[in-house]
Unconditional design. Structure first.
Lengths: 212, 62
């Protein structure tokens, strides 16, 4: 599919005065803490209580290692948007410690595949350990950025993500990458946040606000 | 949601929203900006024509 992007005005504009490298590092540092010390308390809820708040079925969490559940920091429930089917290929963008990837891996079964991608090394390590503990062989975790997903074109039946899109400094690039990796007709199932009041430029430049 | 459509999707729909930040262990800026958690879905169009139709249906507010 060829798109004349000149036809399409970008809705999400760069934010003047925001240092993207500094922002990305701050987000990595924050979520490294969620991976390594999830009980310390953050600006957002975490763990099993959060999963219940977001409508996760307790059965989905059966056998998932507690360390992965404890580091869960989503803002929605991608699985409430539709079932993942046996044999489907799924990409989990910003997979964190792997809770949604591991749930997805069971939904798609042995004929399916799941690729979880996260930019925080300690999260990817935790996710890999949990997959190993579960003996899950249809899921792999990769270190990478949402703006450059390490996934072939048209690979996925579904892209899921949870509490991550709002952290993308470049939302246009992130969304275009999600579209690139999906097959035609493929599904986007996202948990995220919505801001209902105008956010002043000073707040958009405040890295602490991006984190929580 | 216009951002989602403009960057390659159709059928964008928010299906759920809720306050997911109140009571967090540390004070959050979420309430200051009316921030809520949401679920939304969309679909990659089957054809270029399907996507262009979705883009053309976007409206601008002033």
């Amino acid at each position: 599919m060829v798109r004349d992007t000149a036809l399409i005005p970008s809705v999400a504009q760069p934010i003047p005065g925001l240092d993207l490298a500094e922002l990305r590092q701050a987000i990595q540092d924050e979520y490294a803490l969620v991976a390594t010390d999830p009980g310390r308390g953050f600006h957002f809820h975490t763990g099993r209580p959060l999963a219940r708040l977001l409508g996760y079925d307790d059965a989905w969490l059966d056998e998932i290692p507690e360390a992965t559940i404890a580091s869960f920091a989503g803002t929605g429930n991608p699985f409430a948007l539709g079932t993942l089917h046996d044999g489907e290929f799924v990409v989990d963008v910003g997979c964190g410690a792997g809770i949604d990837s591991l749930i997805a891996s069971r939904m798609v079964g042995a004929r399916g595949r799941v690729i979880g991608i996260d930019m925080t090394p300690s999260m990817v390590e935790r996710a890999r350990r949990s997959a190993d503990a579960l003996g899950a062989t249809n899921v792999e975790f990769k270190l990478g950025f949402a703006e450059r997903l390490p996934v072939p074109d048209g690979w996925a039946d579904a892209v899921i993500s949870n509490g991550v899109l709002n952290l993308f400094p470049d939302k246009v690039a992130g969304l275009q990458e999600m579209a690139r990796v999906l097959k035609p007709g493929g599904r986007l199932q996202i948990g995220d946040i919505l801001v209902s009041k105008a956010v002043p430029l000073s707040a958009k430049r405040d890295i602490d606000l991006w984190k929580g | 949601m216009a951002t989602v459509v403009a960057n390659g999707f159709v059928g964008c729909e928010i299906t759920w929203r809720a306050d997911v930040f109140s009571g967090a262990p540390q004070a959050s800026s979420a309430a200051q900006f009316g921030t809520v958690g949401i679920n939304f879905r969309a679909r990659k169009p089957m054809t270029e024509e399907e996507w262009l139709a979705a883009v053309s249906s976007l409206t601008c507010s002033t």
